[in-house]
Design a protein around this ligand. Structure first.
Ligand SMILES: NCc1cccc(Nc2n[nH]c3ncnc(Nc4cccc(O)c4)c23)c1
Length: 232
């Protein structure tokens, strides 16, 4: 997160850190007791290695009462996701067991009504992504508030030039923005997850490249279907 600030500890109990060999790679959030939602692009550099999922954390290193690392039973990237574009950039992770819910570990509902969030709505996004262009990695969860911008503005030829589909949404990226390591985290508007951070052009903090999110409402059936099928 660029231009943000340290979140109030454990006030975002849905936040997940997707880790490989103890290192934070991507964000995510608890969408059901045994399921975390993130971005398919997060698996690009991991090959077929499975993530571990840290829940209940504020600091990535310090001991905290409800912090717990979960193994992943299976990972389900959306079938339409690919490394050449941002389409269908969603990843469902089934935890080895149901997460133990408590004050620091809670599910976050996602938007199921397929209606665009109004432009200028202020939403918030959190993550352990880099906090500077030099790549400084925070130990504690950061957050930033960002206004939604219309798809038409985001699709302008000087911005994302027509690549933003109805399944995507954008927020202003002037100075305050998402960046490397924030992918997979939720965009929360009015207490509901409306989108998931996607890297897009990978540019951070430049107003000419607004932040892009995969909208969740269009994927409600896919999310429910995977969770129902794999739960048995
Ligand atoms: N703001 C959109 C957004 C959301 C999520 C991730 C991203 N960026 C990135 N995703 N993956 C990346 N691999 C390498 N570099 C990256 N961005 C980067 C790194 C250093 C300085 C800087 O200005 C930008 C990214 C960008």
């Amino acid at each position: 997160i660029l231009g943000g600030y340290e979140a109030r500890p454990h006030l975002k109990p849905f936040m997940a850190s997707l880790q490989l060999d103890g290192q934070h790679v991507c964000g995510g959030f608890l969408v059901a007791e045994q399921w975390v939602l993130s971005a398919a692009h997060c698996t690009e550099e991991t090959g077929d290695k499975l993530f571990q999922v840290l829940l209940g954390a504020h600091s990535l290193t310090e001991q905290e009462p409800h912090k717990r690392l979960y193994r992943v039973r299976a990972q389900f990237p959306h079938p339409g996701s690919n490394k050449h574009n941002n389409k269908d950039d969603l990843l469902l992770l089934q935890l080895e067991e149901k997460a133990e819910l408590n004050a620091d570990v809670q599910v976050l509902p996602f938007q199921r009504e397929d209606r665009d969030v109004a432009p200028d709505t202020v939403c918030e996004v959190a993550g352990w992504g880099i906090t500077s262009h030099s790549g400084r990695r925070p130990d504690r969860l950061q957050q930033v508030e960002r206004p939604v911008i219309s798809r038409d503005v985001c699709n302008h030829r000087t911005r994302h030039d027509g690549t933003i589909t109805n399944n995507m949404m954008c927020t202003d990226s002037r100075r305050k923005d998402t960046c490397k390591g924030d992918s997979g985290g939720p965009l929360v508007c009015g207490g509901v997850a409306e989108g998931v951070v996607t890297a897009g052009s990978r540019v951070c903090g430049n107003y000419k490249k607004p932040a892009i999110y995969t909208r969740l409402a269009p994927y409600a059936a896919w999310i429910d279907g995977v969770m129902a099928s794999a739960d048995g």
